[in-house]
Design a binder for this molecule. Structure first.
Ligand SMILES: C[S@@+](CC[C@H](N)C(=O)[O-])C[C@H]1O[C@@H](n2cnc3c(N)ncnc32)[C@H](O)[C@@H]1O
Length: 216
């Protein structure tokens, strides 16, 4: 039986003026996790990280997939309102939560302590193609504005992925066509991550995909 989509009804319209509301991209990532559910459980992951958790919908879903006794989920976001929303979503949906929140850029100062330890990494980045000036702004555009090719935020993280992932660790990434998915796969292959597209869906004008990378 399929897992329920986490309940985010506690987040009001006012919350969504500053926090990214779950949308087609969010749900496609949930579908990819659901599709790999058995393998993710078999991996018995110790450390899981979601970068850019927004409402907390994806982190809470992963919390439903995994055993809270053995898996820690760390959710980060640059937006303090998103960190708060993720906390509330975890409380609402997970009876026994091993979900920690941290307001930081990517994995912040935890880069060294997490090196080689992340078993599952999730990122639905700001991927929309925009002028460079729109990324890193303080308003809600930082949730979706991705700069040139929609890659400017992601490209800052890519060089760190190989070092962060544990052997056999899995990285799930949301992309659109304009992000040049094949190029991302080639970049991470050089750091020992085997990537492929595991799910695609058209949503309005966007052609969304989930790339899954496995650290060899
Ligand atoms: C497209 S939204 C995805 C939100 C949520 N994960 C979902 O799937 O609905 C991108 C999120 O990444 C956050 N973000 C943007 N740049 C970031 C960075 N450098 N480090 C951490 N979070 C970031 C934004 O604040 C936003 O919450």
């Amino acid at each position: 039986m399929g897992l329920p989509t986490p309940n985010t009804s506690h987040l009001s319209n006012a919350a969504y003026s500053s926090v990214y509301e779950p949308a087609e991209d969010t749900y496609l990532l949930l579908d990819a996790l659901e599709q790999d559910r058995t393998e993710l459980q078999a991996l018995r992951p110790l450390i899981c990280v979601e970068i850019g958790s927004g409402s907390g919908c994806v982190s809470a879903f992963l919390g439903q997939v995994l055993d809270p006794q053995t898996s820690l989920i760390l959710s980060t976001d640059i937006n303090p309102a998103a960190t708060q929303a993720t906390r509330e979503t975890a409380q609402r949906n997970l009876s026994q939560s091993a979900l920690e929140q941290c307001q930081t850029r990517f994995v912040g100062g935890m880069q060294d302590s997490l090196a080689g330890k992340i078993d599952i990494l999730l990122f639905n980045p700001p991927y929309v193609v925009t002028p460079s000036e729109e990324i890193d702004c303080t308003d809600d555009a930082s949730a979706w504005a991705g700069g040139i090719c929609g890659r400017e935020v992601l490209d800052r993280l890519l060089p760190e992925i190989g070092r962060l992932m544990a052997p056999k660790g899995r990285f799930y990434l949301v992309v659109i066509e304009q992000n040049k998915p094949e190029e991302i796969i080639d970049i991470l292959a050089k750091d020992g991550l085997q990537g492929e597209c595991v799910l695609s869906r058209r949503a309005g004008r966007e052609h969304l995909s989930i790339l899954r990378f496995i650290k060899l």
